[in-house]
Design a protein around this ligand. Structure first.
Ligand code: LMR
Length: 337
């Protein structure tokens, strides 16, 4: 991170910690930093939230959205939030492990959700609420879960069976479950910030990646990946989080209005996520640069079989009781996996 960016952030953070009465005439600025493009499910939902927050608070709060890692990259943004240099983020659920909240990695388990309806039973239900509460000792309040979609593998060589990924270096997010997933395919996991993936694929630092289509398309990874297999082997979504001290220091009426804006933004995010991914898949196909393969039933079964051991291996990391609670909500039966 550039020193000037950090200093700027810290000064902004210190100002935002001033008693709110001292700056009563000024709008309360909420810096919302994220790492994806504007025209992604998260990018669009962040803009939606900013607009509604401004409207519902009648200008008392001003949400400034910084997209595409322009303010902070993955790891830095978590630190910036805890320092108060930014107030709001929506990191993917795979990025909470390094904070010490490894339970969030349950979302990275292969094939744990068959569809979004199953997923929403968890994210929009009591298990989701319980997970968000786990952030509070870290100085963070979890406000909502936003969808992106299901991830698929890409590389420069065709991917049909798990063996096609053997020995390949695959970029992953900072999750131990994802690390185990890649190892289960006899491939080599490489943790890397999202902003660095395109270049790493281009220069051959990594051979492939796993992304929902919206991220692959909007980062133009199709320019540097010749093959995509629609494996949809795992989920990628977000927790919208705020600095706890900042949030609790807000005037109650403003906080309530922001909660209402977040509720609307969450409904919007989860409505457009699939539409956006479907649209990007069509656009991706039109580029003609990446060949898209839809796995046959046999190929899909082979991936499921290869990835099944990840659930067992990661059970103690995530917590047996939590996993059972999730399996109960979704009807997932690991013995039939
Ligand atoms: C990734 O790093 O691949 C994703 O978490 C990026 C994002 O925020 O969707």
């Amino acid at each position: 991170m550039k020193l000037s960016t950090l200093l700027f952030g810290l000064v902004a953070g210190a100002l935002s910690a001033l008693p709110l009465t001292a700056v009563a005439q000024q709008p309360i600025v909420i810096k919302f930093s994220h790492v994806v493009a504007l025209d992604t499910p998260k990018g669009l939902a962040a803009e939606f939230f900013a607009k509604r927050a401004n409207e519902l608070t009648k200008g008392k709060a001003k949400v400034e959205v910084y997209a595409n890692s322009t303010l902070y990259k993955d790891k830095e943004e978590m630190e910036a939030l805890q320092l108060g240099a930014v107030q709001m983020l929506a990191p993917s659920l795979a990025k909470f492990g390094p904070l010490g909240v490894k339970e969030f990695e349950l979302f990275d388990l292969p094939y744990i959700f068959d569809n979004t309806a199953e997923l929403h039973k968890v994210t929009q239900g009591p298990v989701g609420q319980m997970l968000l509460k786990k952030l509070e000792p870290k100085g963070i309040v979890g406000l909502a879960f936003w969808d992106n979609g299901f991830k698929s593998f890409s590389a420069n060589t065709p991917i049909k069976m798990p063996a096609d990924l053997k020995g390949k270096k695959i970029r992953i997010q900072s999750s131990k479950v994802l690390e185990e997933e890649i190892r289960a395919l006899s491939a080599l996991p490489q943790v890397m910030a999202f902003s660095e993936v395109y270049q790493a694929l281009q220069t051959g630092v990594v051979d492939g990646a796993e992304n929902p289509i919206s991220n692959l398309y909007t980062q133009k990874m199709y320019e540097v990946q010749k093959h995509l297999a629609l494996t949809e082997h795992g989920y990628l979504g977000y927790a919208v989080i705020v600095n706890k001290k900042f949030w609790e220091g807000l005037p109650a009426d403003v906080r309530g209005q922001l909660e209402a804006a977040m509720k609307e933004a969450t409904a919007y995010a989860n409505k457009i996520a699939k539409e956006q991914n479907d649209k990007d898949l069509e656009a991706l196909k039109k580029t003609g640069k990446t060949q898209v393969h839809t796995p046959t039933a046999e190929e899909r079964a082979a991936f499921k079989k290869a990835l099944a051991p990840v659930h067992v291996k990661m059970e103690s990391r995530i917590g047996k009781d939590l996993l059972q609670a999730v399996y109960k909500e979704t009807g997932f039966d690991p013995s039939k996996f």
